[in-house]
Design a protein. Structure first.
Length: 186
């Protein structure tokens, strides 16, 4: 008998999977998409399954497990940004922020992004700047980057790609330099 949407199963991977460690798998099918979580024990996998089932029952997003921050930013950049009535200057700033965020956080999975990951990347940017440029990034630029990341993650939450927006709780590094007074912007 076939299982229903979100019922799930628990099993141990065998040698056919190419893994010798025999890890345990909890999986559910939601809207035709397979979602898996892994554990070292059967009890751990059953706990993971209950968590997955609770999320399915409550309607919470399970997320696209393979989507990276770079891919999420690209989706936001190509679908949401053009639909907004923004000035060319604002779009240019948002594009720059997306480029820097992709360089620093792009390889991380969007559904596993933690505030600590973003804070560490921002601290690195505030201290050493972008790769190849070396000039420390100003606090005001970090504020803009946090805002853009928050907008992209909000889009991800609405589309059930990620379950929460970690950018909303990120603290900026205390040592981030402030823009010089009287400096004009172009």
């Amino acid at each position: 008998m076939a299982r229903g949407n979100g019922e799930g199963s628990v099993y141990q991977e065998g040698k056919r999977s190419g893994r010798e460690d025999g890890r345990w798998v909890a999986q559910v099918v939601v809207d035709g998409k397979l979602r898996r979580r892994f554990a070292t024990t059967e009890a751990g996998a059953k706990k993971q399954l209950r968590t997955l089932q609770a999320k399915v029952e409550s309607g919470e997003a399970l997320g696209d497990g393979n989507l990276t921050v770079a891919q999420l930013l690209d989706k936001w950049r190509t679908t949401v940004l053009p639909a907004r009535d923004l000035s060319l200057r604002t779009i240019t700033v948002y594009e720059w922020c997306c480029d820097v965020l992709t360089e620093t956080l792009g390889s991380l999975r969007a559904d596993r992004l933690r505030p600590e990951d973003v804070e560490a990347a921002f601290a690195e940017l505030a201290e050493n700047g972008r790769k190849g440029i070396g000039k420390p990034v100003a606090r005001s630029s970090l504020v803009k980057m946090r805002s853009v990341l928050g907008k992209a993650l909000d889009h991800g939450v609405r589309r059930q790609i990620v379950s929460r927006n970690v950018a909303r709780i990120v603290e900026l590094p205390a040592g981030a330099r402030r823009a010089e007074p009287g400096r004009t912007r172009q």
